[in-house]
Design a protein around this ligand. Structure first.
Ligand code: COA
Length: 164
């Protein structure tokens, strides 16, 4: 991948339409993106890192020529440095995201002053979507097809077979 590039890091457990929206917006600014899937899983997570990488790849197949998906462990600043990346993209949905995001961005800046974080606003359509609510709806047999890409809906149906 050539040209200017950024890293979009997250847990993506699972990737949602909100994340896909941020990817599309970032690709208006950057020539390519590396989607960095954090290996550590939050408590209550559903998918292994290999499954999350695969679901991100399937969900973003339409951008395969400009998007590369990788797992990473350890600090994001170290991963970015190793990959020669100097910009991190994060999505913001509402004011409530700001505190957590600013804390993370400032910590990363303290650790690596040359690494810049840029924030993109998610479409209002997806401003309420989160991976944890998707997991909860799926666990309780709800329909998540309006919240996540098809590949994720199918994977959740396999994981929670009682889903409608
Ligand atoms: N649309 C919809 N949902 C969004 C969203 C968007 N645009 N942006 C974020 N979210 C939601 C996710 O669904 C998820 O919801 P949940 O918490 O209810 O499950 C939440 O916001 C955040 O998930 P995600 O976007 O996957 O990111 P994350 O906060 O899990 O990622 C890392 C955090 C991995 C980037 C961060 O922990 C990290 O860098 N870890 C490596 C270790 C490190 O360097 N630590 C020091 C950093 S201070």
């Amino acid at each position: 991948m050539k040209g200017n590039s950024a890293v979009y890091a997250g847990t993506f457990d699972p990737i949602t339409f909100g994340h896909c929206d941020i990817v599309e917006r970032a690709l208006h600014i950057f020539d390519s993106l590396v989607i960095a899937v954090a290996e550590g899983n939050k408590s209550g997570g559903v998918f292994s890192v290999a499954e999350r990488v695969s679901l991100v790849e399937q969900s973003l197949a339409g951008f395969a020529d400009r998007v590369r998906v990788e797992a990473f462990s350890g600090l994001l600043v170290d991963y970015a440095k190793k990959r020669g990346m100097s910009v991190v993209v994060r999505g913001l949905r509402a004011v409530s995201d700001y505190e957590y995001e600013s804390q993370m961005a400032m910590t990363n800046r303290q650790l690596s002053p040359d690494l810049e974080t840029i924030f993109l606003m998610t479409s209002w359509k997806y401003s309420f979507v989160s991976s944890s609510t998707v997991r909860e709806v799926a666990r309780n047999a709800g329909d998540v097809s309006s919240l996540v890409p098809d590949a994720v809906t199918k994977a959740l149906m396999r994981r929670f077979p009682c889903q409608k």
